[in-house]
Write a protein that binds this ligand. Structure first.
Ligand code: ATP
Ligand code: MG
Length: 386
């Protein structure tokens, strides 16, 4: 029996965006998430309908939709007749798997088609009565039923279903401009990206790569993370920045305890340029207060000083355990914990400053050609689309 997918989105998230722009963007993101499977997607009365060309992939489609921000509920519904006698027979067939071993149920009716000849209470009574007679041993319980059978009366059909799955919520990716995520191979930055995407921020990412000090495997790991995160953001462009020359220059010219903080200022400055060149309006990092030496408030003050763009740090107040819980949920944890070295770990000084002073750091940077190094790095960016 034919099934389609109904997608529900909350009214609250329409705030700030006009409704049609919101729905159009959500439909675009849904189509992207369903690819390469073909589907007809349309909307009517605060519901998005998805009719998969190949019915065999409907469950895969539901799984993909669970990664689309802006969706509140996903429903696999049977497409039944508006002729009520026909509907009753079809509903018994359609719901057999669900109701055969069920003890209690009730019927709820939604009449989106206000011209339909029966009222909602009539539909509940009639359909409920027929299901009650068709399944021996089943009882009606309007207060606390094991299963709720919903019948939505719409333009051309009545849609009947028992189950609704929770969507991710949030806002459609792209509804709130674009950010540039500083994506390392660690646990925190993919989670940070996920959290900003949840609020509708489109994402591209920048990764600092120190060939030959970091291996191809380390780069592949980051690309895998970008791909996993891209399931939530409709793909991901990764800007890979050659970082070796900068790290070697800092190591050669600056005091070793300042190495990390100066390196982080370079990262921010380069990320901001890459963001500007690609229409992103904010930077996103996976920093969390006090997690490492470079994430003390003093260190972040100095790091932040080099850029004008807002820097979003959505995991700033989270403990590692809380970040890991999300990393597991979004499926990046395993990849993040692969052992390949990161560009930072190799150049990390033994005693990094935890309370750097801005004027001292600026003085050290005078020993370097800061702007030239930034421009060269930006010019050497390799773009990979995953
Ligand atoms: P993560 O788990 O995300 O790697 P971390 O705890 O290792 O974070 P740091 O190494 O201090 O912390 O990095 C802080 C943030 O700086 C990261 O969350 C990330 O946003 C950014 N970052 C660090 N290294 C890189 C890199 N090689 N390329 C891009 N961004 C980086
Ligand atoms: Mg890291």
């Amino acid at each position: 029996m034919k099934q389609i997918i109904l997608v529900k989105y909350g009214e609250i998230i329409l705030k700030g965006l006009n409704r049609h722009a919101f729905e159009d963007l959500l439909i675009k993101n849904i189509k992207g998430a369903l690819r390469p499977n073909k589907a007809e997607v349309w909307r009517a009365q605060a519901t998005i309908y998805i009719d998969m060309a190949d019915p065999a992939v409907i469950d895969d489609a539901v799984e993909s939709l669970k990664k689309v921000f802006g969706i509140v509920a996903i429903i696999k519904a049977f497409v039944l007749s508006k002729d009520f006698e026909e509907l009753k027979t079809q509903a018994v067939e359609a719901l057999r798997g669900e109701l055969e071993s069920t003890k209690t149920f009730k019927v709820e009716a939604k009449r989106a088609d206000k011209k339909y000849h029966m009222t909602s209470p009539e539909i509940c009574m009639e359909l409920g009565g027929h299901l009650y007679e068709s399944f021996p041993g089943i009882e009606v319980d309007v207060k606390n039923p094991e299963k709720v059978v919903t019948a939505e009366v719409r333009e051309t059909n009545i849609y009947v279903y028992c189950k609704r799955e929770k969507g991710l919520g949030g806002m459609p990716v792209g509804s709130n401009s674009k950010g540039m995520l500083l994506l390392s191979g660690g646990i925190d930055s993919p989670v940070a990206g996920y959290m900003c995407a949840k609020r509708g921020l489109g994402l591209e990412s920048v990764h600092f790569f120190s060939h030959p000090y970091t291996s191809q495997r380390a780069k592949d790991k980051v690309l895998t993370l970008a791909k996993l995160l891209g399931k939530y953001t409709g793909g991901m462009k990764v800007h890979i920045v050659p970082f070796t020359d900068i790290q070697l220059a800092i190591k050669e010219k600056c005091p070793s305890d300042q190495l990390t903080i100066i390196m982080r200022r370079f990262m921010m400055a380069i990320a901001e340029k890459v963001a500007q060149n690609n229409g992103a309006k904010a930077l996103v990092t996976g920093e969390s207060i006090g997690q490492v030496a470079s994430q003390t408030v003093e260190a972040m003050y100095v790091t932040n000083e080099i850029v004008k763009m807002p820097v979003f740090r959505p995991v700033i107040g989270m403990d590692k355990e809380e970040i890991i819980t999300i990393a597991r949920k979004i499926d990046t944890f395993e990849t993040s914990t692969l052992p390949y070295e990161d560009c930072c770990t190799i150049f990390t000084p033994r005693h990094p400053l935890t309370k750097p002073k801005l004027d001292k750091i600026k003085q050290s940077e005078k020993l370097l050609e800061f702007d030239r190094l930034v421009d060269e790095a930006v010019a050497g960016v390799e773009v990979v689309e995953v």
